[in-house]
Write a new protein. Structure first.
Lengths: 284, 304
């Protein structure tokens, strides 16, 4: 068994043993249940109102699909936020904490590369986040489908992008954790996330008002920290045709280009590479 | 056979503070080497450099003939860190399996070795307990087992007896003797001088990040003995006559203190005193302990 997979398994097992996964699972299930209860009543009300007010059954169906999509996107937006928080929580203490406590010393003096430690942890967290995103987002999509029979377009691409956003945040956290104490790492990650969030809004409103400067500010923010652009691309992929004309955080008016997605992927690789480099050079 | 450890002018500077100024030493294969020095002398930093945890600012070092950090060499090295904390959510069994896997050990050999070592350190009844429930002494024992999993050619022990009761200390001492008998070199960092005295072949005294003295401990027992003689009726010229057997002769009431090259001169000293009509009540050789040498080497202030 390679050193990377030993560390990955250790990381995975640690999250389970230390009840992080249990907490995530319980809260995740609670989240999906709450969403289901809420939408159960809302969907029922909307269906009744729409059919009563619309001139034809076809128009009513379109309106129902649109509003169902909006509520599903709301749920997915919240799920994305929770996945990002989970990504930051998992990554913040990992290298920093083990360097601080000295746990890393018996690991790093084994005949393995330091890169194996970082990549193994990354892989372990990526697996955990995969399960978490699947539980949260999968739960919302499934709940919506069971209640209304609605399936959004480009579902797998959309969920893939949401998953990638959590991976991106986890990778940035891991990189910072190789250099800074856990608390500082957590603080910086949420600061960066806030930056990306505001940048995203500026760009959205810029697009609505057709203000080029605002759009450029948003794009620049996305270049610095491209996490929010992944959500916006995911939202664009899955949103219903009409919804895109309204601005809200759950929908997208200014769509990040495929080029931006390529940039984000490259960004992720570079951050992971830097994380390895920092850890390789660090005195333990 | 290459030396177990060889360093040339190893140096580590943190900012403008040189924690290790220039460490030059050799540890031979199969010897138990003690690393002594006051707090803050750079012992742990030196050890971490040898283990590849800290990058030296300058200088060179090799373990088992390979440059430091070499993975082939690390496959044959064991390490028990000071104040270690391990993955406390693992059981003792899982913990040893994890570290054996990281060492690249084969499954069958690893299981055999794990069982053997758990038995040796007396933890077999606790093998399925989580490390978080372990006492400090039990953790030290499982850490020791971890350091010996790969039957290392060289093992680093950083304060291995800290937190251990007398039984545990005896265990560590016995284990050091056993691995030495199998040809393993031991690099022992300890501030417990009595511990070093009974286990080590050689010791290096380190102060301000430099080796100030290397001592063979086998020679300690028969040279440089200080003697205390209780007498009465001693004339001044009789006292002076003692200088043919020893030095630093001092009179303190009824007591004569002197340092003799070895204890074989003591009968002659006794005969001489009796022939001078001196009443001799007792004659007590005080073997110069490692502690005396330590204080003599680093000074009473510990080199602060």
């Amino acid at each position: 068994m390679s050193a990377i997979s030993i560390i990955a398994r250790l990381t995975f097992r640690e999250a389970i043993r230390r009840r992080i996964m249990l907490a995530g699972l319980v809260l995740g299930i609670a989240f999906v249940i709450l969403f289901s209860i809420g939408t159960h009543f809302i969907f029922g009300q909307i269906a009744a109102d729409t059919v009563a007010n619309m001139p034809s059954q076809m128009a009513a169906d379109i309106m129902i699909a649109e509003s169902t999509n909006t509520f599903m996107m709301m749920g997915l937006y919240a799920a994305t936020f929770l996945s990002i928080a989970m990504a930051a929580l998992l990554g913040a203490d990992t290298l920093a904490g083990e360097i601080n406590s000295g746990t890393i010393q018996t690991i790093a003096t084994k005949p393995i590369r330091r890169a194996d430690v970082v990549l193994g942890k990354w892989l372990g967290f990526a697996e955990l986040l995969g399960l978490y995103v699947m539980l949260l987002c999968g739960g919302i999509v499934l709940s919506t489908f069971i209640q209304s029979g609605y399936i959004p377009q480009n579902l797998l691409i959309g969920l893939g992008l949401i998953y990638m956003e959590s991976i991106l945040i986890m990778t940035i956290t891991l990189m910072l954790s190789a250099a800074f104490p856990a608390l500082a790492t957590g603080g910086i990650v949420f600061g960066l996330y806030g930056l990306a969030f505001i940048g995203g809004w500026v760009e959205q409103f810029g697009a609505l008002l057709q203000n080029d400067t605002a759009i450029k500010v948003g794009i620049t923010t996305s270049l610095i920290i491209p996490s929010e652009s992944l959500w916006r691309r995911a939202a664009f992929e899955m949103q219903a045709p009409l919804t895109g004309t309204f601005g809200s955080p759950f929908t997208t008016t200014s769509v990040p280009s495929p080029l931006m997605m390529g940039y984000t992927f490259l960004y992720l690789i570079v951050v992971l590479f830097i994380a390895v480099r920092i850890f390789q050079r660090r005195d333990l | 056979m290459p030396d177990a450890i060889e360093t040339q002018n190893l140096r580590k500077v943190f900012g403008d503070y040189a924690a290790v100024k220039g460490l030059t030493l050799q540890v031979q294969q199969g010897e138990v080497f003690g690393f002594l020095g006051p707090n803050g002398a750079g012992k742990t930093t030196s050890m971490k450099m040898l283990l590849g945890l800290i990058a030296p600012t300058s200088g060179e070092a090799s373990l088992l003939g390979k440059p430091i950090g070499n993975r082939e060499a690390m496959q044959r090295v064991g390490f028990l860190p000071e104040h270690f904390r391990f993955q406390e959510w693992l059981t003792a069994d899982e913990f040893l399996l994890l570290h054996g896997q990281l060492l690249g050990m084969k499954k069958d050999d690893l299981q055999l070795r794990r069982d053997e070592l758990l038995e040796r350190v007396g933890l077999t009844p606790f093998r399925n307990k989580h490390l978080r429930t372990f006492s400090k002494g039990m953790l030290q024992r499982v850490g020791l087992a971890q350091a010996l999993l790969n039957r290392p050619a060289l093992v680093f022990l950083d304060e291995p007896t800290s937190g251990l009761d007398p039984v545990g200390r005896r265990l560590v001492r016995d284990v050091i003797r056993e691995v030495r008998a199998q040809g393993t070199s031991v690099f022992l960092n300890s501030h417990l001088l009595s511990e070093i005295e009974v286990t080590c072949d050689r010791v290096a005294f380190i102060q301000h990040g430099e080796v100030v003295r290397v001592l063979e401990l086998a020679s300690l027992s028969n040279d440089q003995t200080s003697v205390t003689i209780r007498v009465s009726n001693l004339a001044a010229e009789s006292l002076n006559g003692l200088s043919q057997w020893g030095r630093e002769i001092q009179m303190d009431g009824e007591l004569i203190h002197m340092i003799v090259p070895n204890d074989t001169v003591l009968p002659e000293v006794t005969r001489y005193l009796v022939s001078q009509n001196v009443e001799v009540y007792s004659i007590t050789p005080n073997r110069m302990s490692l502690e005396d040498i330590f204080i003599e080497t680093v000074g009473k202030d510990g080199g602060l």
